[in-house]
Design a protein. Structure first.
Length: 114
């Protein structure tokens, strides 16, 4: 694994909310720390209400993690474009995040330990 990336089980129960709705809750989330960036919580896909997510055309590539696929969150009142991402086929060094989703925290999306 890239020396500056650490993946570990996120302690406790984690919740992601958008537009006032709970999109997911997990006791199996992962915490990815990368260099000086804030840690990111990755939720197992099975713990997320995928009916609220729509895959977008957006993609990015990280030299350490691979290609990221993005999803918009569709709420009753709005679409939060590219608010979540996933590494569908991450590089071997970070393969633990395969099958997981991360969310961009904002005024309308919260990721928190409960």
């Amino acid at each position: 694994m890239a020396e500056h990336i650490k993946i570990r089980k996120a302690e406790g129960t984690w919740v992601v909310r958008a537009g006032g709705a709970v999109l997911g809750e997990s006791t199996q989330a992962l915490e990815l720390s990368e260099g000086s960036y804030a840690p990111v919580i990755y939720f197992p896909r099975g713990d997320i209400a995928m009916a609220f997510l729509e895959k977008t055309e957006t993609s990015t590539t990280c030299p350490h993690k691979g290609a990221a696929t993005y999803y918009s969150i569709v709420t009753k009142s709005t679409v939060l474009k590219d608010a979540a991402w996933s590494y569908e086929a991450p590089k071997d060094a970070v393969s633990a995040i395969a099958g997981h989703l991360a969310f961009k925290a904002s005024d309308t999306v919260t990721v928190e330990r409960v």
